[in-house]
Design a protein around this ligand. Structure first.
Ligand code: GRF
Length: 222
């Protein structure tokens, strides 16, 4: 009798295609790339997109053999043109998920509507606290200390029209000590960010954390 092999369904077995958008040093970028390479994440980083041709993350991408595209908004005549170019480029990469990992620019309406519920961001505070325009890097931690919060943390959320305002998918709390300075708090948070982003991504990829699917399910089912 012919042996029946229960092959896994290809859709479940396929590595998810990740595109990362980053403008900074690329610690998170590198951690995600490494987790994909070791198989900890069943995914593949297919591209890095940056808005800055001097960003240190570019060097990291080069060393890891990840293709890079620079789309500097200053080189476009309007924000809308930049949004369209970014959308066109992203479409050509066919990503399952787009990950912001220290990407400074606001994501435009074209990209947001095509990739609805497929763009994630990590923010170094317990959103909705200390998010929004100007809340990046050490400014976030300064704001936490200024209002005397006893705890801070990390949030992973879906990207929407407003900075740091989309639906929250996961959060982790981090205690603030009376001795903390903005810099010490930033260091504490940054130490935890890579592990937290990756463990959350794992849960998203396995479906344990669902992404909201209020649009075309075919398009948005990762
Ligand atoms: C992280 O602290 C993240 O919270 C924020 O941008 C920073 C990126 O850091 N969104 P790096 O470039 O990965 O070191």
């Amino acid at each position: 009798m012919k042996k029946v092999i229960n092959e896994p369904k290809p859709a479940n077995n396929k590595k998810k295609r990740l595109v990362i958008l980053a403008s900074g040093t690329g610690t998170l970028f590198l951690s995600i790339v490494k987790s994909c390479k070791t198989g900890h994440l069943k995914a593949e980083v297919i591209h890095l997109i940056s808005d800055h041709n001097q960003a240190p993350v570019l060097e990291k991408a080069k060393k890891e053999n990840i293709s890079v595209k620079i789309l500097n908004p200053k080189k476009f005549s309007s924000f809308s043109d930049w949004d369209k170019a970014l959308c066109r480029y992203l479409k050509s990469q066919k990503p399952d998920l787009i990950l912001l990992a220290g990407f400074i620019k606001k994501i435009g309406p074209g990209v947001l509507s095509f990739f609805k519920n497929r763009i994630l961001n990590i923010h170094p505070s317990l959103l909705p606290r200390h998010g929004g325009y100007g809340m990046y890097g050490v400014h976030v931690h300064r704001s936490v200390l200024e209002v005397g919060d006893k705890k801070t943390g990390i949030s992973i959320h879906l990207v929407s029209e407003e900075y740091d305002a989309g639906p929250i998918l996961a959060q982790i709390e981090i205690p603030v000590s009376p001795k903390d300075t903005p810099e010490s708090l930033q260091k504490k948070v940054k130490q935890i960010e890579p592990t937290f982003y990756i463990s959350t991504l794992r849960k998203i990829l396995t479906g344990e954390i669902p992404l909201r699917k209020d649009t075309n399910p075919e398009e948005h089912n990762i």
